[in-house]
Design a binder for this molecule. Structure first.
Ligand code: ZN
Ligand code: ZN
Length: 103
């Protein structure tokens, strides 16, 4: 290889690290934000979303999630009483046991 590796290629070669890479707009440009060891695997908590903190749908009056632009009942936000959810002891945060993307 007779050229400098791009940042992205270096990241991909460093296979014992996970890179934090962010795509910028539609330019397909990557920004190198730093990296961390794979085995750290930090737990990501989400804020618990309560139905009474949301707006209501003007069509049917159900709680409506502005973040996901759908009814609260159908959106992936974590509510206060869900199965397959671990609730943080602080009472404000939770995470799904299976870290699946629902949308
Ligand atoms: Zn509705
Ligand atoms: Zn939502």
């Amino acid at each position: 290889m007779d050229r400098e590796l791009t940042v992205r290629e270096k990241i991909e070669l460093a296979d014992d690290w996970i890179a934090a890479v962010k795509r910028l707009n539609n330019k397909n440009k990557v920004t190198y934000l730093g990296r961390r060891r794979k085995d750290v695997n930090p737990v990501k908590w989400e804020s618990i979303v309560h139905a009474d903190g949301l707006d209501v749908c003007p069509l049917c009056g159900q709680p409506f999630c502005g973040k996901h632009q759908m009814h609260y009942a159908d959106c992936p936000c974590i509510g206060p009483n869900e199965d397959d959810v671990i609730y943080h002891e602080d009472g404000f945060r939770a995470r799904r046991i299976k870290n699946e993307q629902i949308d």
